[in-house]
Design a binder for this molecule. Structure first.
Ligand code: UD1
Ligand code: M6R
Length: 371
């Protein structure tokens, strides 16, 4: 039932203040002022000790689920102190890459039945790793075959393009980072601001959704374009990849997410006065580097769309043709949850304006059960 919405993708984008709330429900414990705030992931209760002892955490998934893991990678590394590596499921299986008994392999899958991810799971089980699932579907094959895991509880997602599952997956992995990090004293202040940030997140997502009309106007400007580049770095490299995947998948427009740090190593050659380029430049430790990327793209007459933190328009805007999208600020590691929303909306509006099928893009299936 689409309710007041025209498409499931639209409904699922707008549902995110509620879906992220259900993802966190019962899992954030906020004590009184003297009590530490903690995270409780019931599904990991008996396995946290083993995870903490592991030599490496390997995130494994496909498509959007892989992007969600990438978005959470650095907070998991920071709070757990354990190295985190990323594997695209098919590539791990193709390479028969190293997976050891001392590894924790985390399988991220919205539906929990993706063939590539299941093959990678089989492979990791054979190699003796502890296998943890992060899925939206209770009773799915990945939920059943992993040793333990966490359901993201985002509610059923019908649009082929994954939207609300992405934001809930990131939240679960941020909670996973908090849970693995435990109550080490050195991380306590950081942990508390992240938990406060999680509690505030539904409001911030609601706020960013108010950009809907503004993004629709932006989509009108891009309707006839053939390509869109999206530059991100740090926590928001994944946002760039995910935004580009959405645009490609539903709007049937070529789009590429680019690590801004790689700009001079190739992509800069593409920049001219015609190609639209979105740059994610919200406040975090990489902000000044992104400001310099904007300057350099502008010096080559790039057609820029800059996403920045509310109030920063003047510090990122580079004159006339530059469009600015201002988003609310949240704790740095949670910012990808907010920042992806305007890109989801952009992909949605572009698709409608270009007259393509929103919920069932050509050639794609919601559940990829074959290799
Ligand atoms: C569970 C209940 C929830 C209830 C809550 C109350 C289920 C599905 N969830 O939620 O309804 O409100 O207790 O305390 O009954 N698992 C995997 N692999 C996965 C995902 C999950 O093995 O990919 C396992 C977990 O290790 C756990 C079980 O499935 O044993 C349920 O996981 P989850 O729903 O995340 O647990 P709770 O949040 O505790
Ligand atoms: O159900 P899964 O999360 O395992 O699906 C993985 C990908 O097939 C999926 O995320 C795909 O990339 C989406 N259509 C993206 O919107």
């Amino acid at each position: 039932n689409k309710g007041k919405y025209e498409h499931y993708m639209q409904k699922e984008i707008h549902e995110q203040p509620e879906s992220v709330t259900t993802t966190m429900r019962g899992r954030l414990i906020r004590g009184g002022s003297s009590k530490a705030k903690t995270v409780l992931l019931g599904g990991l209760k008996y396995h946290l000790k083993t995870i903490r002892r592991s030599r490496r955490i390997v995130f494994i998934g496909c498509g959007t689920s892989c992007n969600a893991a990438l978005a959470a990678r650095s907070i998991v590394e920071e709070l757990s102190g354990i190295p985190v590596t990323m594997e695209i499921a098919s590539d791990l299986v193709d390479r028969q890459g190293p997976i050891y008994r001392e590894d924790t392999a985390v399988f991220v899958s919205q539906l929990g039945g993706t063939a590539d991810t299941l093959l990678a799971l089989e492979y990791a089980l054979e190699n003796g790793a502890l296998c943890v699932g992060i899925t939206n579907t209770v009773g799915s094959e990945i939920a059943r075959r992993t040793h333990c895991g966490v359901h993201i509880n985002a509610g059923c997602e019908i649009g082929v393009a994954s939207t609300k599952a992405y934001t809930s997956q990131i939240i679960v992995m941020a909670m996973l980072a908090l849970a693995i990090g435990g109550d080490t004293l050195s991380n306590q202040a950081r942990r508390e601001v992240i938990i406060d940030g999680l509690v505030d997140l539904p409001c911030k997502v609601k706020e960013v959704l108010k950009l809907d009309n503004e993004i629709k106007d932006l989509a009108k400007l891009l309707i006839a374009e053939q390509s869109l580049l999206v530059f991100g770095r740090g926590y928001n490299y994944a946002t760039a990849l995910e935004g580009a995947l959405k645009v490609k998948e539903v709007a049937l427009m070529h789009s590429e997410g680019i690590l801004a740090g790689e700009m001079k190593h190739g992509p800069l050659a593409l920049v001219d006065a015609n190609l639209p380029i979105a740059v994610i430049a919200t406040r975090d430790a990489c902000f000044s580097k992104q400001q310099s990327v904007i300057q350099q793209l502008n010096a080559r007459k790039g057609r820029l769309i800059v996403m920045c933190t509310k109030g920063d328009a003047a510090s990122v805007s580079v004159g006339g043709s530059c469009r600015v999208i201002e988003v609310p600020q949240v704790e740095d590691c949670l910012q990808p949850v907010v920042n992806v929303v305007p890109l989801q909306l952009l992909a949605y509006h572009l698709t409608v304006l270009r007259g393509h099928n929103v919920d069932q893009p050509r050639n794609l299936a919601k559940s990829v059960t074959t290799q």
